[in-house]
Design a protein around this ligand. Structure first.
Ligand SMILES: NC(=O)C1=CN([C@@H]2O[C@H](COP(=O)(O)OP(=O)(O)OC[C@H]3O[C@@H](n4cnc5c(N)ncnc54)[C@H](OP(=O)(O)O)[C@@H]3O)[C@@H](O)[C@H]2O)C=CC1
Ligand SMILES: CC(=O)N[C@@H](CCC(=O)OP(=O)(O)O)C(=O)O
Length: 345
């Protein structure tokens, strides 16, 4: 059994990590840390955890945290990991769920997150934790930058095409919709029930912090500079992301070839399911699971490729993917603790 500590256990990704790790065969949830509720029981924050055996919330003390845990998950807002990780990484392993360590360029981080970047050495060392495309590096890493929720759905959808060199990497428009849990648990007017319910809105148009992350990873795999148009929308539901991506190819490919390309790319992957032609995945069909479901279409009239990709933002978009990364880092079965089927209906 490895000893795992979670910082940010009182948040949505943190409590989802607990749900997954409570049933993990090789993990003990050893320590929980909080910046606001030290000394309290987690069940005081989350009554659904009443009578579940869990450690109480402790103050954040990096020295002690490194001594006490084989792995620390940082399920904290942007800006925290940049400060905590340098004190942890030489002494324990770290999986950061925030955006602090995903961008290799400190200047891009500053520009899109409007915060002080982590030191250069950390940005260089952090391994981008998208297992389907970076499995080997993850397995030997001591520091993982867990991908963002929108990038996870977008990249799993686009990378098989990006890899072939067939796609025009400056032509892609990514239209994405997210449930409200993507914004985390803290209260704000933007996620107030009466403002979100029965309404759909775009936000951060042309300014969303996941834009450079998606471009960075598309560029890495395609070998050319990707430039995307990314627009996120908020939808009145709790969990789920639907990405609809539109792009052009440099040379024509028919629908059967496109389908075969995706089926081959993901045939060995436990968590990516390529749908049959004509099927349109719904967020409900991955709810509560670590699956990403993808469908690919070619519209011969406009000569555009349309990719649909759905995930549960708290699972494959955050905690589920973090557990998948942990499994790889520690040599456990990749699916350990992650075999839940989607909750349906
Ligand atoms: N929700 C989602 O779908 C996704 C979230 N993420 C990322 O994961 C991270 C966590 O997100 P999420 O769980 O939604 O966020 P929440 O807002 O739900 O929870 C974040 C937690 O961080 C802790 N925290 C706040 N300030 C500090 C601080 N100064 N020092 C230490 N801890 C602090 C809080 O716990 P306490 O008060 O107990 O310290 C809080 O409960 C974020 O970086 C987010 O962007 C990534 C992908 C998807
Ligand atoms: C619905 C909603 O608000 N979603 C959040 C998801 C991003 C997130 O979780 O932040 P990082 O991945 O950058 O850490 C947003 O759009 O900012």
């Amino acid at each position: 059994m490895i000893r795992v500590g979670i910082v940010g256990a009182t948040g949505y990704s943190g409590v989802e990590l607990i749900r997954l790790l409570a049933n993990h065969p090789h993990v003990a949830v050893h320590r929980l840390y909080s910046s606001s509720a030290e000394g309290e029981a987690l069940a005081g924050v989350f009554p659904h955890l009443h009578q579940v055996q869990l450690p109480s919330l402790e103050a954040i003390d990096p020295q002690q945290m490194a001594d006490d845990n084989d792995l620390i998950f940082l399920a904290t807002p942007a800006g925290i990991s940049a400060k905590l990780t340098p004190q942890l990484v030489n002494r324990t392993r770290v999986i950061d769920l925030s955006g602090d360590l995903r961008l290799k360029s400190a200047q891009l981080y500053q520009q899109w997150y409007k915060k002080e970047p982590a030191e250069g050495g950390l940005l260089e060392e952090a391994v981008y934790g998208l297992p389907e495309w970076n499995r080997q590096k993850i397995a030997s890493a001591r520091l993982i930058a867990n991908p963002g929720c929108y990038p996870t759905a977008s990249l799993l959808g686009l990378l098989p095409l990006a890899e072939t060199g067939l796609a025009d990497m400056r032509s892609w428009i990514i239209d994405a919709k997210s449930g409200v849990s993507g914004a985390g648990r803290s209260v704000s007017l933007g996620v107030h029930f009466s403002e979100v319910n029965e309404s759909v809105s775009a936000y951060k148009v042309g300014k969303h912090q996941h834009t450079p992350e998606i471009e960075q990873e598309l560029s890495k795999i395609s070998g050319e500079e990707a430039l995307i148009q990314f627009t996120p929308h908020l939808i009145p539901m709790t969990r789920g992301i639907l990405v609809t991506a539109y792009g052009r190819l440099r040379s024509s490919i028919d629908a059967e070839q496109l389908q075969a390309l995706y089926e081959k790319a993901y045939e060995q992957e436990p968590f990516v399911r390529v749908r049959k032609p004509g099927s349109h995945p719904r967020t409900k069909e991955v709810y509560g699971s670590n699956y990403c479901d993808i469908a690919v279409h070619h519209d011969p009239r406009t000569d555009r490729v349309i990719i649909l990709s759905v995930i549960d933002n708290v699972m494959k978009g955050a905690a589920g993917q973090a557990v998948q990364n942990m499994n790889l880092m520690f040599g456990f079965a990749e699916t350990a603790g992650l075999t839940q089927l989607p909750v349906f209906p």
